[in-house]
Ligand binder design. Structure first.
Ligand code: PBG
Length: 329
């Protein structure tokens, strides 16, 4: 008889749809990226990221309280560094009284239970805008890993709960883990950007931090010798497996929406928490389309965030976190 099973029964009204819904978004899903600058009283909008801001430490305090009150309990810190503090080795990254170290303390003083994750990579501190040390036109892997380990220890000393290496050097997870353990930071975790692709979606972020690779002779123009080729899928499994074996507590796929096949592959391959970074370009695209009246901002935002979780993300780093949480029932 035609048909016994009618799938539309489970879609009849909102109550039944709610009962059978597979993916529910809560504030616990989010990691909130925060951009910090030197100065006082500064809350400046990032041109290519409407309604997203860089904060000086005094105003960061207010923002952190707002997040906490919305149920957002984890932040990921990035700093915009003054040009005159940048060099090839990212020396300023190790300054105990540097902006990142003060930002960590500021968040912890404001909200001791807020989980603080920190970006670990040289690019915001690099005079060349690269995630590693540049020598003769190349990014030097092992010397960079040493700096990343020291940087991680310095963040741990300032009070960070997790370090998040976003650089894609080989062997940096084991280098950082050993560094943290030798300094007795046994409880400081590592969220590894394990499958991070060389993506054009990072453009607005590089505006936010003024961290794009510089256009100079003997400096690589892009990050393709360390970030992954976006044509590759199996390689993401290899990268992720290595980072897990080196001691990563959480792995990450980045960017988000264009890479959800990778998220599902990793979900099916490993039992480890997976973070997905819905990056700056993804944020900018929706803001621009909504500004033109071409897309319904909130509806598309919720659909995209739900898709990321449905693909297999446990944690979503997103510039939309506050906007989403305000819409939750
Ligand atoms: C750099 C870093 C980048 C992002 C996070 N960490 C940019 C890059 O690799 O050039 C991008 C985040 C975003 O676009 O939102 N280590």
């Amino acid at each position: 008889m035609f048909p016994i099973r009618r799938n539309r029964r489970l879609r009849t009204n909102e109550a039944i749809r709610g009962l059978v819904r597979e993916t529910i978004i809560t504030p616990n899903d989010f990691l909130v990226p925060l951009f910090v600058v030197e100065g006082k009283g500064i809350k400046e909008e990032i041109a290519s990221m409407p309604n997203y801001y860089r904060y000086s430490l005094d105003l960061l305090v207010e923002e952190v309280k707002t997040l906490w009150n919305l149920g957002l309990k984890s932040v990921l810190l990035f700093v915009k560094v003054d040009d005159n503090l940048k060099d090839n080795k990212g020396t300023e990254a190790l300054n105990q009284n540097g902006l990142m170290q003060r930002a960590i303390k500021t968040v912890k003083d404001t909200c001791p239970d807020m989980l603080v994750m920190t970006d670990v990579a040289l690019d915001p501190f690099s005079s060349y805008g690269h995630d590693g040390i540049v020598e003769s036109g190349k990014i030097i892997n092992d010397a960079t890993v040493e700096v990343l380990a020291e940087m991680s220890i310095s963040h741990a000393e300032a009070g960070a709960n997790f370090v998040a290496p976003s650089d894609m050097m080989d062997g940096r997870i084991i280098g950082i883990r050993e560094g943290l353990d030798q300094s007795n930071f046994l409880d400081v975790g590592i969220m590894s950007y394990s499958a991070k692709y060389a993506s054009a979606f990072y453009g607005p972020f590089r505006d936010a931090l003024d961290s794009a690779p510089v256009d100079m002779a003997n400096v690589p123009k892009d990050k393709k010798t360390y970030q992954m080729d976006f044509a590759n899928r199996d390689e993401a499994i290899r990268e992720t497996e290595m980072d897990i074996n080196e001691g990563a507590d959480i792995v990450m796929v980045k960017p988000g929406l264009s890479y959800l096949d990778i998220v599902r592959d990793i979900r099916n391959s490993f039992e480890i928490p997976i973070a997905v970074y819905q990056v700056s370009g993804e944020y900018a695209m929706l803001k621009a389309a909504a500004e033109k009246g071409w897309l319904d901002h909130d509806a598309v935002m919720l659909e995209q965030i739900t898709s990321i979780k449905r693909a297999g993300a446990d944690i979503i780093a997103s510039y939309f976190a506050k906007d989403v949480v305000k819409l939750l029932p």
